[in-house]
Design a protein around this ligand. Sequence first.
Ligand code: HAM
Length: 525
Amino acid sequence: MSEGAVKKEEKPRKFQAIRGTRDLLPPETALWNRVEQTAREIFGTFGYGEIRPPIFEPTELFARSVGSRTDVVGKEMYTFNAAKELFTFENPSSNAPSPEAADNLGEFVYRIKDGFEKGDIPPTESNKQAVDSLLGKFSELVKVSQQLKPGFWQGSPPFLDAYTKLDAECRAIASKIRLGESISLRPEATASVCRAYIEHGMQQLPQPVKLYYMGPMFRRERPQKGRYRQFYQIGAEVLGGTDAPAIDAEVIEMVMTFFEKLELQGVQLDINSIGDRNCRPKYVELLRAELHKVKDKLGPDSQRRIDTNPLRVLDSKVKEEQSIIEKLPRIGDHLCKECADHYAAVKRELDLRGVKYRENWRLVRGLDYYMRTTFEITAQGLGSQDAVCGGGRYDGLVELLGGPLTKGIGFAIGEDRLILSLQESGKAPVALGRDVYIAWMGENARGTAVRAAKTLRNAGFSVELPPVEQKFGKALGQADKLGAKYALILGDNEVTSGEWTVKTLADGTQRKVSEQQLLDSLQKM
Ligand code: HAM
């Protein structure tokens, strides 16, 4: 039986979207589009241009920027190696000579050749030599196997020996091929934007470069309300130029303007400064020492974090730990002068822009690249996953990725959560209905209906033209279900007289219009 065929008794499998992923459907997608359109408009007014980076990148890009010990990179990435899959070599009967084993080996060798030609296997000189000699050995093996008479695979010992030897040689050569690097689906996009900034020499452009992006991100987290494995972000990054506090404030002002425009409810902005390379390490050591003193009173997660990432303990939501955390040393008291001045100036700049914020010394972010300004925004109706936006400054990141010393700051909005909050507060637009449903009957009316649909659509009306004729009663019922505003009724009478009927579905009133008057009359209604 061929692969994919289904046994008679078995019901065909019903597929479902993978856990943590979902389909976004109309009418909800209309809200997604409105949100994205608003982002484009608002970000445009602040001088940002769109960047569309790829969805997968070298794993190392994320490991180096986000940090290999963070949850996002250490535990949650979807990582694969395109070339590794070429190397799955099925050989049911070990490598004892058999027609199947020869077929399998042949398939394997040609997959490697194909992978090399397509660039999935890095085109190095040593790989080229390995692929060439693999092909050479395999054609020798084919010759030998042709001398083994069909059905006599267990006989002809000299040939069998030769075959076994060549098979082993092929495997040995294949094992020398150096595979391409590991790649990962992006868990976030800041790393990609910095990579692109360096790759395209954007430091040559007028600075700072202001970019925004939107699209899916991937994290293997435990799915729950507001937390998905494929989720969407709308983000922006400012790269290059100075680290003037006004830039931090303007970035935050832009997100707040966007949320205001969407009438997002219960918006709360928290800000903090987490210092820089000068002052943070000293603070982290102090914090670690203090945490060791209270270790026994902390839960297992926080205990583990004392050594791995003590700042994350401040993030803890565990009830029993709250009073302990409140007594820990605060970063604000340990910032170096430059960081303290910068933070104070950011706050002044926010005041100047009328942006309301709350200082939150416990706001640390889960990604390694941040320094100085960090911020998070929560909104209403989201339950425990209520952070709708997170961001901050990351001045050393471009340099860490091999680029020039570059200042950087940005944020990302969780679009799924933003939509959820808008829906919960009743800000979602109601389903978009059709403007006009064309109820037509009879062969004469068919052509007229097609023509009318074209005219109306050209004028921007949304039109439903049933593909087969329907009795008028059924057509009007259908028009109602689709939420159409008007039904254009075209029967033999209308077509002959040239007097078409337009019915307003809300109140049932009807009026007669000529073909020439149709547009005009609908536009005025
Ligand atoms: P992040 O805090 O990891 O930051 O993510 C930003 C936002 O993405 C979160 O506040 C949340 O709304 C949303 N989000 C994260 N994970 C999920 C998930 N599993 N399901 C649904 N929504 C989620 C970053 O990603 C940084 N790159 C932000 C940034 C840009 N910092 C500077 N520039």
